[in-house]
Design a protein around this ligand. Structure first.
Ligand code: HEM
Length: 415
């Protein structure tokens, strides 16, 4: 099987690059701009191509993945709020067959969301805060006066995994396995994947599902005070959350909660280190940390895009979009829209900004927004107080991803 995959990969790489170039040329001839979301330069810095799209073709036909890309804040906001004309069902993303909250429209979405929300009440989050504080303190302790450390490896990577593992009742002995499954299944949200990645994604997904089945059985025998027990109870209360829905949403919580929060901590700290004046401002105004985290989410959004499907023929920005067409909503671009934000490419904590779209909008608005913001706030607070001087030690290393934009390494100098 492995050999077969390798042969397929070689053949695929050759035919792929020919096909990709052809489609991109077609796209460019049509609109004066081409958008290749898997190109290395776009993954390094998507903001340049967003600007090009904004000036040349803000409602852009992507021939490569047969979808429409939007960059304007107002248009994306309107699409996300209009759950009748823009739906999630059958939008044809994802390589696994799992259905999660993100794939449902009302009325199923309303029912499942109200059940999953039980795990995110203000009380549940307040109970989690001391655990997050302690975990961050322990992780910083392990850095142990080192002059240089990699923020991703030391804190941004382990913290969200430990938090979600705690919420889902995953025992400490399984954290490493859980961590690697989480990384692999997160590929499910990328708009384009190579066949070897699809193969590996499916293999990891199956292992993870088997693992969740074991945990569910365990929790059924001995209920705990965690999300998993809350969701199992929702499954047991009549036919409200089916077994498939339970499994799908456990995977969603893992994927939605990990890499995104890691990216917020990594991208956020990088932005702070690249703007020493803003970092100093924050040290002088620690009570403004929450609004600073919002600005960091806007400035370099951990999730750069989401998608919808047109349920009927619609017109957006003078373009006719057919029922069934896929829309790629570039929320990372919307968050830098000059129509909405003055100096959008500037990180600026001092001025109140209009609410960003980094957590989405409308009925699918991120369920974990408060949790993620809490984790980032606690990390930034702890790092600023523990290290009076921090600066970038070397150029950061970016992950080769586009939907989930984040860093692989971020070395910090504390001297
Ligand atoms: C900085 C971190 C995070 C970012 C940037 C983020 C971003 C997003 C976005 C953009 C959406 C909307 C997707 C759409 O409209 O198609 C979303 C939905 C969601 N997020 Fe987050 N997220 C983050 C952290 C978390 C965490 C920590 C959790 C849970 C542990 C979580 C759970 C969810 C869930 C369950 C949904 C689906 C809600 C629904 O469909 O009703 N997220 N997130």
């Amino acid at each position: 099987m492995q050999v077969m995959v390798q042969i397929l990969t070689v053949l695929e790489n050759i035919s792929r690059s020919v096909a990709i170039n052809g489609l991109l040329t077609w796209e460019y001839m049509e609109s004066g701009v081409d958008l290749n979301l898997v190109s290395a330069s776009v993954q390094q810095n998507p903001y340049e191509i967003y600007e090009k799209l904004r000036s040349k073709d803000p409602v852009h036909r992507m021939r490569l993945i047969d979808a429409w890309a939007l960059v304007s804040y107002e248009q994306i906001d309107a699409v996300l709020r209009d759950q009748k004309r823009f739906i999630c069902r059958d939008r044809n993303i994802g390589y696994s067959n799992l259905r999660t909250l993100l794939d449902f429209d009302p009325p199923q979405h309303t029912r499942i969301r109200s059940l999953v929300s039980k795990a995110f009440t203000a009380r549940a989050l307040a109970e989690l805060e001391p655990f997050i504080q302690q975990t961050v303190a322990d992780l910083i302790e392990q850095i142990d006066n080192r002059e240089r450390f990699d923020l991703i490896e030391s804190i941004a990577y382990p913290l969200p995994v430990l938090v979600i593992a705690k919420m889902l009742g995953v025992p400490a002995r399984d954290i490493d396995r859980f961590r690697s499954w989480s990384d692999m299944v997160a590929l499910d949200v990328e708009p384009m994947l190579r066949s070897e990645d699809v193969f590996s994604l499916r293999q990891n997904m199956n292992e993870l599902l088997e693992y969740f089945e074991e945990r569910i059985n365990e929790h059924k025998l001995t209920p705990q005070k965690d999300i998993l027990s809350t969701l199992i109870k929702a499954e047991d209360d009549g036919d409200r959350l089916s077994h498939e829905e339970l499994l799908g949403n456990l995977v969603l919580l893992l994927v939605a909660g990990n890499e995104t929060t890691r990216n917020l901590i990594g991208n956020g700290m990088l932005a702070l280190l690249r703007h020493p004046d803003q970092l100093q401002w924050l040290r002088n105004n620690p009570d403004r940390l929450d609004s600073a985290v919002r600005e960091l989410l806007r400035y370099d959004s951990p999730v750069q895009l989401n998608s919808r499907m047109a349920a009927e023929d619609v017109e957006i920005g003078g373009k006719n979009i057919r029922a069934g067409a896929k829309l790629i909503l570039l929320i990372g671009a919307a968050n830098r829209d000059p129509e909405i934000y003055s100096n959008p490419n500037q990180l600026d904590f001092s001025e109140p900004r209009k609410a960003h779209l980094a957590f989405g909008r409308g009925i699918h608005y991120c369920l974990g927004s408060v949790l993620a913001t809490m984790e980032a706030r606690i990390v930034f607070e702890a790092l600023m107080s523990r290290f009076p001087r921090i600066r970038l030690a070397s150029e950061p290393v970016r992950r080769k991803r586009v939907a989930l934009r984040g860093l692989k390494e971020l070395w910090i100098d504390t001297t």
